[in-house]
Design a protein around this ligand. Structure first.
Ligand code: NI
Length: 141
């Protein structure tokens, strides 16, 4: 039988305020239950993704970040060069004075695309990151 573990989380107060607002609207009784659901969703997503790891895929990675964050641009660039054979294109949009959106089109085995996305999205300073795997359309009418 598994036991209950308590752990501490450090989080920016603005971020926590927004989180609390959302979970209140979603009728969660407390943060713990909301965080447990997020963890469960992540596990389901990973399990689902594992099933298609060897498929040839095409997808996009969306990244939103503050370009002033130290070293972030360098790291983003470095990772993309490490995986250059999977990167089709990278479109950069200057959203406002601080924020940028990168839309990176990636092509290759799903596991590689996930690996690239995980490396980019987990960088400190990335405010939003999402990999969308699209279909190549061949098996669809
Ligand atoms: Ni920019």
């Amino acid at each position: 039988m598994s036991k209950l573990i308590r752990f501490g989380v450090s989080v920016d107060d603005d971020l926590l305020k927004k989180f609390d607002e959302i979970i209140k609207n979603k009728k969660y009784e407390n943060r713990s239950e909301a965080i447990r659901d997020l963890i469960r969703n992540l596990i389901v997503e990973e399990e689902w993704a594992k099933k298609s790891l060897n498929n040839d895929s095409i997808g996009t990675i969306n990244l939103v970040y503050d370009h002033h964050k130290r070293d972030l641009l360098n790291k983003l660039n470095h990772i993309q060069h490490d995986y250059n054979e999977y990167i089709v294109s990278d479109t950069h949009v200057h959203l406002d004075h601080d924020n940028c959106l990168d839309v990176i089109i990636v092509r290759g085995k799903t596991n590689k695309l996930k690996e690239i996305a995980d490396k980019l999205i987990s960088l400190k300073g990335i405010k939003f990151g999402k990999l969308s795997i699209a279909t190549k359309g061949k098996n669809l009418k």
